[in-house]
Ligand binder design. Structure first.
Ligand code: GAR
Length: 204
């Protein structure tokens, strides 16, 4: 079955591009039904338009409070009949409506529960990893709950942290791992193979 993905982002959309490429190549049983950005004029919206995918701006700044912002997001997700919501560099806290529990995924560029939570995104993560001196980092795909980077973990794999790494070289290694893991997790969902028991996700 081909599932419908609503992709939420706030930036350049390299994660979105990877998902579109897999879907178009036929290596993912999914189509991106809409892209929603919490920031104006980001390149992720342009990428969507290039593939004739509806590109919607819901700028967080335009909403007085997070409740109204969330209502606007969920109205679009529902209008496009999404089966799964995919966060792809989305920098706002999403409220999870009960019917979307375990139907929202996020990718985080570290091994959760380390180096995650509010303020830990993109390069901040890799800088913190290098400053701490850990010898491995990695990528985590997880279901989203009401806390930053917290819900049940679907897939997680490590990469080495090398002595000569800069935030950029480490980011490149971690993002290569993200590009591998995210489509795999989405495909498991599309095939109906994910079961969640408390914090534990089983891939059948
Ligand atoms: C990705 O590396 C993703 O892991 C990270 O933001 C980047 C988005 O890149 N997400 C987080 O840090 C979430 N806490 P993109 O905008 O080019 O897709």
């Amino acid at each position: 079955m081909t599932i419908r993905l609503a992709v939420l982002l706030s930036g350049s959309g390299t994660t979105l591009q990877n998902i579109i490429d897999h879907a178009e190549r036929g290596t993912l049983d999914a189509e991106v039904c809409c892209v929603i950005s919490s920031r104006r004029n980001v390149y992720g919206l342009e990428r969507a338009r290039k593939h004739r995918i509806p590109a919607i701006e819901i700028p967080f700044k335009d909403y007085g409070d997070s409740k109204a912002f969330n209502e606007a997001i969920w109205a679009e997700v529902r209008a496009h009949h999404a089966d799964l919501v995919v966060l792809a560099g989305f920098m706002s806290l999403l409220e999870v409506p009960p019917d979307f529990a375990h139907r929202i995924m996020n990718v985080h560029p570290a091994l959760i529960p380390a180096f995650c939570g509010k303020g830990m995104y993109g390069h901040h993560v890799h800088e913190a990893v290098l400053a701490y001196g850990v010898k491995v980092s990695g990528a985590t795909v997880h279901f989203v709950d009401d806390h930053y980077d917290h819900g049940p973990i679907i897939l997680q794999e490590s990469v080495p942290v090398l002595g000569e790494d800069t935030p950029d070289t480490l980011a490149e290694r971690v993002q290569a791992k993200e590009r591998e893991l995210y489509p795999r997790a989405i495909q498991l969902f599309a095939e109906g193979r994910l079961r969640v028991e408390g914090r534990i996700v089983k891939a059948l």
